[in-house]
Design a protein around this ligand. Structure first.
Ligand SMILES: [Zn+2]
Length: 448
């Protein structure tokens, strides 16, 4: 049979059409999963890439080099029309580009990285406000092993306070009116508290989280432990179902039920964090779980009364600058407070579901007031209960501390730093005026 050119065109058009129908059928049959979005969070030793998918997704992850890249193949997946992965890579520390393309039924995402990274991937089940997620953590190779600081000379150790900004990354915490995000407010507050602590002689503040990324509850206390913290303070600004509820409160751990309805409700919310923020490894470590729990309970009892005392001191100081939600230290089963080896408290600095408090907690001036109050409370608690081997313990025992003047010192600044009055410092050293010279040794009165 001889075909006219018109017939030939028609035949090839028809066969093209058949191929297209076949392709469309096969892809709609197989690609039930839709890729809906992508987010990226940078942590000090890893970068997290989160893919939102319409259902649980199958995937393959592998690395290629020259240039370094991590390839994520999503099996039987098609992206939403608006999906654009390139924007999340802009201005990133370790990732230079994100490219993507359909490869038959699979969707391939290529993450170009500035250094070789170790990918670790896992899926997460839906939890409000998120659906199914695939998390790809890109871990920095040769991660700096955190070496706990050398045990300092036993008579001169600083008291270390771990300040934990709650939430972060995929876990926004509470969201108040005018888009006040708890995760942002509490990081600002935590940084200010550390500043206040560092300005006090004999105190060293350490942040668990330094940017917008998620840390699991266990990781937070682990960082505190590695820093040899004497006290763990988790900072929050939560929300309640009623916008009228306001005021600061302080919590300590309880295994015997919550002390109030709000306490129970908040603990439940805070404990959701690991599900929201996404923790891939939820193993309890290598210890037998029952034994681990027994050990935990035992050592936690010793810390419980200390935690409550620390909480009381912080609460008393907060009460001077803001309304209190509860005038007593509340107790509830907060996971982040289950730390066997250090007293731990959780500070709700206010309710950002209350428009007035949301506004104030976003203001630098109020944040500074809160930070000063929290730091002062911590200092008072520690002065009354100085951990053995610290500078503060030595001074409280009455043995005098000596300080050598360095350039830039003033008498009033030294007095402030050591928590004594200028007059007391002058009298103790037989000084008439405020004149001091470099190299001069001042005796600091103890038990101030
Ligand atoms: Zn919170």
């Amino acid at each position: 049979m001889i075909l006219t050119s018109e017939q030939r065109n028609w035949t090839s058009a028809w066969s093209n059409f058949l191929v297209m129908v076949a392709l469309t059928l096969s892809s709609t049959a197989a690609s039930a999963v839709t890729l809906e979005g992508v987010r990226m969070h940078e942590a000090p030793d890893s970068t997290r890439v989160v893919f939102d998918t319409s259902q649980s997704v199958q995937y393959k992850v592998f690395t290629l080099n020259n240039p370094e890249r991590v390839v994520v193949d999503l099996i039987d997946v098609q992206p939403e029309i608006s999906f654009d992965p390139s924007v999340v890579a802009v201005g990133r520390k370790r990732v230079s580009q994100l490219r993507a393309g359909q490869r038959k039924n699979n969707y391939r995402i290529v993450i170009e990285t500035k250094e070789a990274l170790d990918p670790k991937a896992f899926t997460l089940r839906p939890i409000e406000p998120y659906g199914h997620r695939l998390v790809v953590d890109l871990l920095v190779k040769n991660r700096k092993v955190v070496v706990a600081p050398e045990p300092r000379r036993s008579d001169s150790r600083d008291i270390v306070i771990a300040i934990d900004a709650g939430h972060g990354g995929d876990d926004p915490g509470a969201i108040g009116p005018k888009k006040v995000y708890e995760k942002r407010v509490v990081l600002q507050l935590a940084k200010r508290i550390v500043q206040q602590l560092d300005a006090k002689h004999g105190f060293d503040g350490v942040l668990t989280r330094t940017g917008d990324y998620y840390l699991g509850h266990r990781k937070r206390t682990q960082i505190a432990r590695e820093s040899r913290a004497d006290l763990f303070v988790s900072i929050h600004a939560d929300a309640f179902k009623s916008a009228n509820v306001k005021g600061a409160s302080v919590y300590a751990l309880s295994d015997r039920g919550a002390s109030s309805e709000t306490a129970a409700w908040l603990a439940e919310r805070e404990n959701r964090s690991d599900l929201l923020g996404g923790v891939g490894d939820v193993s309890l470590g290598d210890k037998d779980p029952v034994l681990a729990q027994v050990l935990l309970d035992l050592s936690m009892d010793a810390n419980r009364s200390q935690s409550i005392d620390a909480g009381k001191a912080v609460l008393a100081n907060l009460g001077r600058i803001t309304k209190l939600h509860k005038s007593r230290v509340e107790q509830a089963a907060f996971v982040v407070l289950k730390s066997p080896d250090m007293p731990s408290i959780l500070v709700e600095t206010g309710f950002i579901s209350n428009p007035d408090e949301a506004r104030r907690l976003s203001q630098a001036e109020h944040q500074d007031k809160v930070a000063r109050a929290v730091a002062r409370g911590i200092e008072q608690f520690m002065r009354a209960n100085p951990p053995p081997g610290t500078l503060l313990a030595q001074r409280t025992q009455g043995s005098e501390f000596r300080y050598t003047i360095v350039r830039g010192d003033t008498l009033s600044a030294i007095a402030q730093r050591f928590g004594v009055s200028s007059g007391n410092l002058r009298r103790h050293n037989g000084l008439r005026g405020d004149k001091i010279r470099i190299g001069q040794v001042l005796r600091i009165p103890g038990g101030a």
